[in-house]
Ligand binder design. Structure first.
Ligand SMILES: *[C@@H]1O[C@H](CO)[C@@H](O)[C@H](O)[C@H]1NC(C)=O
Ligand SMILES: *[C@@H]1O[C@H](CO)[C@@H](O)[C@H](O)[C@H]1NC(C)=O
Ligand SMILES: *[C@@H]1O[C@H](CO)[C@@H](O)[C@H](O)[C@H]1NC(C)=O
Ligand SMILES: *[C@@H]1O[C@H](CO)[C@@H](O)[C@H](O)[C@H]1NC(C)=O
Ligand SMILES: *[C@@H]1O[C@H](CO)[C@@H](O)[C@H](O)[C@H]1NC(C)=O
Ligand SMILES: *[C@@H]1O[C@H](CO)[C@@H](O)[C@H](O)[C@H]1NC(C)=O
Ligand SMILES: *[C@@H]1O[C@H](CO)[C@@H](O)[C@H](O)[C@H]1NC(C)=O
Length: 584
């Protein structure tokens, strides 16, 4: 029997007795398992979970739903890199889906293939399994140069077939890629997931396991022409494709007509503010796109049902956490946007997170703020592995008492960042919108519910989402159409100055500074929230601090584009080297 260090440590207490009795030790590692289901582009605000009765039954009703869960970069590859490393995109520098700023090659070049979650889990004595999409530009050509490290068993979905619902290619362990042309991808993946679960349960070394299932649904279908490594390749986007048995569903269902759906006045900033209103033909197509997403999610719903039934049959349901999330959200028509993601608006960043498992409250939901930087630390904590100092997030409490405690102390914001392009995924407006580079904060607290952003052209946005949940009235708009001059009774410039300073720290923070950013601004430790920072005695301080500012728009994280930077020494420097001392 193989031993691993954690089990040995746990057992050291009874070693003496065992030796004395000369009994060969046959002790099983009783640590819990994790099954992580990670969908692709699944929204909260288009109500997709309302159309997944089996996910609701097995996970939401048996577990806890985190309704203020946020991704920190609203596009697949950067968001996944954050998930698997516990670091914000500005610390992985994986900021795009494709090279040179992102994709599997950038992940490998950054040294992360030796230093990310599955490797750490194996080091801690876990078996690790994965099926589905790992990263963009993980292809039939580069999957073995090098192989993705850290997996006991894998069935990766590879480019250029990752988003091809009826023509997928999977790659098992060290085997050559295999095509499943003509088969429905989510059904193929379900069989692979059940197989990996069997392998995990029957592993000869009896180790606990971490199994990830990463379906491509409800992402758009993409026909890639040629190699994903070829920068000249052409892509053809279309609505996601449901399994044949689900094609008839949801006739007449349309995108929720919220206030920000195709509004009569344009909204947002930068290129979003320039978008034309969509005509009825376009709206009809987008409603069709929406229905296809809901239909494509049905096979995922069934997969989850099949998985949980099998986990139960294996007798391990009581010792397994089941976690459901997505890489980023999605918009269809809000702010006049064509189907897609990449924006900082609520539809793109607020994403599903539901957890069931030992000690997790059933049928419960919480509004504590959690982000994708928190997931790696959360997995560590659930599995009893000591946290890494480099983590930019902190563990998410999963029991009612710990959630209750953290409601008082947990940070109240999500830090959102983006670099590069945004593109529509429907059939209308297929141009890439450049300069979609911005930084933002989403923040909640007693009396405030705000979104603050700065774009690379230095346009600013501030939305008071307690009265403007659709983010239609930018309080910092230069066109002065904004009616209000205060937020929660406070002058807008006063609130914006605090948010800007917080963002200034967050934009280049690492580790502990990301986890407790107000502490950097107020080293005495007397400010932990925006409410604390709004105290009048800090007015001078905030009015005179350096502002977040871009020097130009870049498609990746280039320090020279990003203005003054917070120094980790706890001091701040103006551009040009002039020191700012009042800060400390
Ligand atoms: C699947 O992809 C291969 C390779 O691109 C192509 O030759 C084949 O026609 C595709 N099949 C379908 C059903 O799209
Ligand atoms: C695919 O690539 C070939 C060769 O470059 C080109 O002739 C063809 O038009 C492309 N098809 C699409 C749909 O882009
Ligand atoms: C649209 O803009 C006009 C002009 O600024 C303003 O009077 C009107 O109230 C706005 N409509 C909405 C729904 O915000
Ligand atoms: C509707 O808008 C789309 C996208 O701008 C355009 O291509 C199409 O021609 C328009 N159709 C009608 C009937 O105006
Ligand atoms: C879950 O809670 C809701 C109310 O919050 C209730 O209506 C529903 O019956 C509960 N479901 C279960 C399975 O307990
Ligand atoms: C994008 O940003 C670059 C650099 O800041 C600028 O030169 C260019 O004009 C911008 N493009 C658009 C469409 O705004
Ligand atoms: C991020 O990666 C890009 C592309 O490799 C590189 O040009 C840039 O300097 C990197 N940024 C940082 C902050 O290291």
């Amino acid at each position: 029997m193989k031993w691993h260090s954690a089990a040995v440590a746990l057992l050291s207490l009874c070693n003496f007795q065992a030796e004395a009795q000369q009994i060969p030790l046959q002790v099983e590692d009783k640590r819990p398992n994790i099954v992580f289901i990670l969908t692709d582009d699944q929204d909260v605000h288009l109500s997709s979970l309302d159309y997944m009765p089996l996910v609701r039954k097995h996970i939401l009703e048996k577990g806890t739903y985190f309704n203020k869960h946020y991704c920190t970069t609203a596009v697949c590859c950067p968001s996944r890199a954050t998930l698997w490393t516990g670091k914000a995109a500005h610390n992985t520098n994986i900021t795009d889906v494709n090279p040179p700023y992102g994709g599997y090659p950038k992940f490998v070049a950054g040294g992360f293939n030796e230093n990310y979650l599955p490797v750490w889990l194996q080091d801690a004595g876990y078996n690790t399994y994965y099926t589905g999409k790992l990263f963009n530009v993980h292809t039939v050509e580069n999957y073995n140069s090098p192989f993705a490290a850290g997996f006991t068993g894998n069935e990766f979905l590879l480019d250029p077939y990752t988003y091809n619902y009826m023509n997928s290619t999977f790659q098992r362990n060290a085997d050559a890629p295999r095509s499943y042309e003509g088969e429905y991808v989510t059904d193929v993946m379900a069989e692979k997931a059940y197989g990996l679960l069997d392998d995990a349960v029957h592993a000869a070394d009896n180790k606990p396991f971490f199994l990830t299932i990463a379906p491509s649904a409800p992402h758009a279908n993409i026909q890639m022409n040629g190699s994903a490594l070829d920068p000249e390749q052409t892509l053809e986007f279309s609505a996601p494709i449901p399994a044949a048995r689900h094609r008839h569903l949801f006739k007449g269902v349309t995108v929720p007509r919220t206030a920000n759906f195709n509004p009569s006045n344009s909204s947002g900033a930068n290129w979003v503010l320039e978008l034309p209103q969509q005509n009825q033909t376009n709206i009809n197509y987008n409603d069709h796109f929406y229905r296809e997403r809901l239909r494509a999610l049905q096979a995922v719903d069934e997969l989850v049902d099949g998985l949980i039934t099998r986990i139960e049959d294996h007798g391990i349901l009581d010792n397994t956490y089941i976690i459901y999330s997505s890489d980023n959200g999605f918009h269809i028509g809000q702010h006049r946007l064509q189907p897609g993601k990449s924006c900082g608006y609520e539809e793109d960043i607020n994403i599903p997170l539901a957890i069931r498992g030992p000690g997790v409250a059933a049928n419960y939901s919480t509004d504590i703020v959690t982000t994708h930087t928190d997931l790696a630390p959360t997995f560590f904590e659930l599995l009893g592995i000591p946290l890494r100092e480099e983590f930019d997030g902190r563990p998410i409490p999963v029991t009612k008492p710990t959630i209750g405690e953290e409601r008082r102390t947990r940070r109240e914001h999500a830090n959102v960042e983006y670099w590069g392009f945004a593109g529509g995924e429907g059939i209308y407006d297929r141009q890439l919108h450049e300069n979609n580079t911005y930084k933002a904060i989403r923040i909640f607290g007693p009396g405030y519910n705000l979104y603050y952003s700065i774009w690379c052209n230095n346009e600013h946005e501030l939305y008071d989402m307690s009265i403007d949940p659709g983010q239609l009235h930018n309080l910092l708009s230069t066109s002065s159409s904004a009616q209000t001059s205060s937020v929660n009774g406070l002058p807008i410039p006063k609130v914006a100055a605090r948010l800007d300073a917080l963002l200034f720290v967050l934009k280049s923070c690492t580790g502990g500074v990301c986890r407790a950013p107000w502490k950097s601004l107020h080293p005495a430790g007397d400010v932990w929230t925006l409410a604390d920072a709004l105290a009048e005695r800090y007015d001078d301080f905030y009015e005179t601090t350096t502002r977040v500012e871009y020097d130009f728009c870049s498609n990746g994280y280039l320090v020279e584009a990003e203005g003054a930077m917070w120094q980790t020494s706890g001091r701040m420097f103006y551009r040009g080297g002039l020191r700012w001392d009042a800060w400390t």
